[in-house]
Design a protein around this ligand. Sequence first.
Ligand SMILES: [Mn+2]
Length: 364
Amino acid sequence: MESITLLHAADLHLGTVFSDLPPAVGSQRRKDLMQSLGEIVELCARHQVNLLLFSGDLWQQDYVTKPLVDFVADQFRRIPSTQVVIAPGQADYYWDGSFYADYPWPGNVHIFARPQLTNIWLPRLNTRVWGACWDGPQPPALDWSLLEVAEKENTVVVCHGNPQQLGIPDDCLGGDNHVYFACGGGHKQHAYAANALAPGSPEPLGFDEPGQHGVMLGKAGFGAFQLEFVPVARRQYITLPFQVAPQETTEDQGKKIMEMLQSLNPDTNLFRLLLMGKHRPGLWDAAELQDRLSSVFLCRLDDGTEPDFDFETLKAEHEKGVIGSFLEHMEQQLQECDEQQRKKLLRARAYGLSALLSREVSLW
Ligand SMILES: [Mn+2]
């Protein structure tokens, strides 16, 4: 049996609107997703990939446009000797009138159009690709007794979802089964079994998708599948803690942060900094610190700092006044509260105190 080279990708989510990012960054990220598809196609050309599998969520249904689909088709046209097999998933499910159903796809592109197990026979590759599409937001209910594995063929299954969601029988999973299950849906690269992998999203889509992202690439033949993870993502999402000290100026803090990010490609990657510690009341300005980080591609500050009030001195100074009795009252509540309330009360004490001291509330 001739061996074939296959590339397995999933969860690209082309067209996604990054609503949690500033518009300019979001629009760059959408371009990044397109560039990642370009990179995947480039990998196919460079490694003479015979079979490119997409197990779902190639694009985002709500935001996909004709020009974007034209772009996708043009990319696949660049690799005419690669057979492209797409199993529409949850974000890009198949319906009559969808771009999957109603579009002049190039001849090397094959799309699963039914929520039942069917197969596509690729004679030149001696490979039978089984698969199904999602036709709505729920996974298709598949009858796995239909799956046939011929000894002298490569057998591949491509479907969006994990083995549990798809009800893949346990006895199908395992190294000597001679079937490769190209799963999708989990945005982190994952091996459900030796022969059932999800490549993850080629380009991470949020801070909940840290680390490297890419596709699976490798050889199939003689009933065996050997795929390796190949990074494709242009950028990474990185979350880091940062300790704020009350005596530091925002200039010092800005410099410290830039030093910390220096080796992490600050002009490319997206950062979230969890600010902790105490800040100087009245002098803390997270927006000013943000301005000092403008050379970073994206740096989000999650301000969890607290003002550095000297409660004992304030209480003594204002013993007979409103401030004194406010602090006394808050302290009593803090002693009686549970852990959940505690955070809110600490913040309320700080807001109340800055209002009473300055006659204005600065929301940090
Ligand atoms: Mn997805």
